[in-house]
Design a protein around this ligand. Structure first.
Ligand SMILES: [Mg+2]
Length: 253
């Protein structure tokens, strides 16, 4: 439990139990800022499905490797250089075959791109949640470490782009969370104080830590996080994005 004020309030929701404290500052919630990958968008599911399609496509044109082993190798390469690595299939082929077979590479890329369009989805309840927040008069923002083009492409593919007053991507400040700059840019463009913001994200060391440093209220998107759920250090833990309006209501009352 995080202590923020003088008295404590226990709120029992239907699916989750929240225990939190409340003070005057928290009653001034006027904006909600979301991370994108694994918070609005089920990024890991997208990666899993697209990689499977790419491996199968390479197998169709002669890749001699077990699908499971190929996926494991691909994930290991991603782990090393990040999930947004553009040259992942080149590096994969070089590792497996010692050279780049451009036919296999082309099949992998085409299959990956085709599959991606179909699986760029937001988590269930995302749109309803954003509408509910808008109806409460809240300003909405996104702060992501993804490049601006990727971020806007993802938001557009999910038809979420019109919900946000401000969208901050890597290009805007050239810094990644938990640096203060992207958070500051978002709050200054929203015209609110950090203390009036609720930040929602799946990365404790980036989203939660960064937002807490500025005095924001924090929600840990446990539904999007693949690691241990413990010690997120957030004020709230979310099992679903649909829980956000209820938390905001409780903070404002
Ligand atoms: Mg994330």
């Amino acid at each position: 439990m995080v202590e923020k004020g003088g008295f404590f309030l226990k709120l029992y929701a239907r699916s989750t139990e929240f225990i939190y404290s409340k003070n005057q500052v928290l009653s001034m919630v006027s904006a909600v800022i979301f991370d994108c990958d694994n918070t609005l968008m089920d990024y890991m599911r997208m990666k899993r499905v697209t990689c499977e399609h790419a491996i199968e496509a390479m197998m169709d044109v002669g890749l001699e490797m077990e699908k499971r082993a190929a996926l494991d190798l691909l994930y290991n390469l991603y782990k090393k250089d990040g999930l947004d690595d553009h040259t992942i299939f080149q590096r994969f082929l070089r590792r497996v075959e010692g050279k780049i077979d451009h036919k296999k590479l082309a099949h992998a890329i085409v299959a990956y791109r085709r599959a991606r369009i179909g699986v760029l989805h937001s988590y269930p309840g995302t749109k309803r949640t954003l509408i509910a927040l808008k109806e409460r008069g809240l300003k909405l923002g996104v702060v992501s470490d993804a490049s601006n083009l990727k971020l806007w492409t993802r938001l557009t593919a999910m038809s979420l782009d019109d919900f946000f007053e401000v969208v901050v991507g890597f290009d805007d400040t050239q810094t990644m969370k938990p640096a203060r700059q992207p958070f500051y840019l978002a709050v200054s463009e929203l015209g609110v104080a950090p203390e009036e913001c609720v930040m929602i994200g799946d990365m404790p060391q980036r989203d939660i830590l960064g937002a807490k440093r500025l005095g924001m209220t924090t929600c840990f998107a446990a539904y999007g996080y693949e690691g241990s759920r413990r010690n997120s250090r957030a004020d709230f833990v979310l099992n679903s994005i649909s829980e956000v309006p209820r938390i905001v209501d409780a903070l404002r009352n």
